[in-house]
Write a protein that binds this ligand. Structure first.
Ligand code: 4AD
Ligand code: MG
Length: 460
């Protein structure tokens, strides 16, 4: 089995043992004959205190002059428990400096910086305790997603990123081309000629893996996808990205209630895994976000609210709150309405269901009243929509009547699912970054993805 030559700080359990650790200097204090370093290696928000004593280290003066915030080190020493500071510390015996830092130029040299400022250096911001805590939790949520769906018998399917469909029909696709004709300025120009396209036509980056996911659910039974998703929407908000990750389960032979039960169970499982595995990260994040852990535990313990769209319109029109936008039956809810429902009215995650047919996508199953569809959005405090899902229209004729002529032609393969052995089935899409926002209490979605892509921003 693979074994590294040093130990991760998070794995140090026993004191009075010799260890070797590697990491980056987070904080240092220099005195005449002693240097104190807080070393972080990314395994935990806790830094290991390193004590470097001039009597015990032969290159003391060299180290003292060279070590700065951000320098990378390998330190060998004995870990003891410091009773007055009530924490472990390492008494260094040997130190190697791997990489030095020019403190005057290091962009994240200050100890306290705003998230906006560190966002300007996406390649370095992972060295901050805040971003590394968020990213460890993101990792736990991704692992939890695979564990959860695997545990309930869903197969992981990789749906294509290059596709010709626009699943949501919102016209928010990025079109890609293989054509790079050079002109005098050597600038690429898209001629729009399908004949010249490598794939035979201009194609899109996927806005959702759902339609392909449905084809696999119609053979494997229950599946889920977890992949990158692209939307060319010009939304400069704290919850929209042009590139985000989406988890999309699709289950055959289920009903609408089971679909909501699944979504609730999955979200609760993810949160409870973070509570179990990221205690120190949550404790660290709570310093900036009061009661974060308490609120997460509440989400896990309480039933989510379930309410119809029609009831919601009543609630919104009869409450004391002044909204910027008024809503009437048939209107889309905006973020201010969604957040009011989850934060102030129900004070918990809330499923809104049975939306008007005309504001939802063509594939959603029509209710008996014919005016509404079996669609549900899960709204959560602080964000608004976390999940969008629905039962799918399994009846060939009804589905055809909701599609345009072009859709019927382009998505003829999708109609085959209703021609041959159609099934009741449903699924949802959960915006992964919004889940990370919820669990870490992060205000801006741009801080929960390593390299955020949003209007006018695609750095590196
Ligand atoms: O509600 P949406 O558009 O649903 C679908 O795409 C369905 N085809 C999913 C399905 O049923 N399989 O998107 C699903 C979720 C939203 O609830 C939201 O959390 C997230 O994806 N999302 C975004 N996240 C970040 N940035 C954006 N621009 C997003 N657009 C949607
Ligand atoms: Mg939606």
């Amino acid at each position: 089995m693979f074994k590294r030559s040093y130990i991760k700080i998070n794995d140090i359990i026993n004191v009075n043992n010799n260890y070797t650790v590697c990491g980056w200097v987070h904080i240092f204090r220099k005195q005449k004959n002693i240097i104190f370093i807080d070393l972080n290696d990314g395994s935990t928000p806790e830094c290991l205190s390193i004590v470097i004593d001039s009597v015990k280290i032969k290159d003391f003066d060299d180290i003292k002059s060279r070590v700065k915030k951000g320098s990378s080190l390998r330190v060998e020493g004995v870990v003891i428990f410091n009773e007055s500071r009530c924490c472990n510390e390492m008494i260094a015996k040997n130190i190697i400096i791997y990489g030095e830092v020019d403190a005057a130029k290091y962009p994240i040299s200050k100890n306290k910086m705003s998230l906006e400022t560190i966002r300007e250096n996406p390649h370095l911001r992972i060295r901050t305790l805040m971003i590394s805590s968020i990213m460890r939790i993101r990792d736990t949520l991704a692992q939890a997603t695979h564990k959860y769906f695997s545990n309930i018998g869903c197969r992981y399917v990789n749906t294509p990123i290059l596709t010709t469909n626009d699943c949501e029909g919102a016209g928010e696709t990025f079109t890609i081309t293989s054509q790079y004709p050079t002109n005098k300025d050597d600038k690429p120009i898209y001629y729009g000629s399908d004949k010249k396209e490598l794939l035979g036509r201009g194609v899109n980056l996927t806005v959702s893996g759902q339609l392909h996911g449905e084809t696999y659910a119609a053979g494997l039974g229950d599946i889920y996808t977890f992949g990158p998703t692209f939307r060319a929407e010009n939304s400069n908000t704290n919850k929209h990205l042009c590139e985000f990750w989406m988890i999309e389960p699709e289950l055959s032979f289920i009903n609408f209630k089971e679909l909501q039960d699944l979504a609730e169970d999955y979200v609760k499982y993810c949160i409870s895994q973070v509570i179990m595995y990221n205690e120190d990260d949550l404790y660290f994040l709570e310093k900036r976000n009061e009661d974060l852990v308490f609120r997460l535990k509440e989400i896990v313990c309480e039933d989510f609210a379930r309410v119809t769209y029609t009831e919601v319109i009543d609630i919104l029109n009869n409450c004391d709150k002044e909204f910027e936008q008024k809503v009437e039956w048939g209107d889309d809810l905006s973020t201010e309405h969604e957040r009011y429902l989850a934060e102030e009215h129900f004070k918990k995650p809330t499923f809104v269901k049975d939306y008007p047919t005309k504001i939802k996508s063509f594939y959603m199953k029509t209710n008996e009243d014919e005016n509404t569809v079996q669609a549900t959005d899960l709204l959560v405090p602080g964000i608004g929509e976390l999940i969008g899902g629905s039962m799918r229209e399994e009846d060939y004729d009804k589905l055809c009547s909701r599609m345009t002529k072009t859709q019927r032609k382009e998505l003829n393969w999708y109609l085959d699912l209703r021609r041959y052995g159609t099934t009741p089935h449903g699924g949802f899409g959960l915006g992964f970054e919004r889940l990370v926002q919820l669990v870490t209490g992060t205000h801006n979605i741009r801080d929960v993805i390593p390299y955020p892509r949003y209007p006018k921003h695609c750095t590196f």
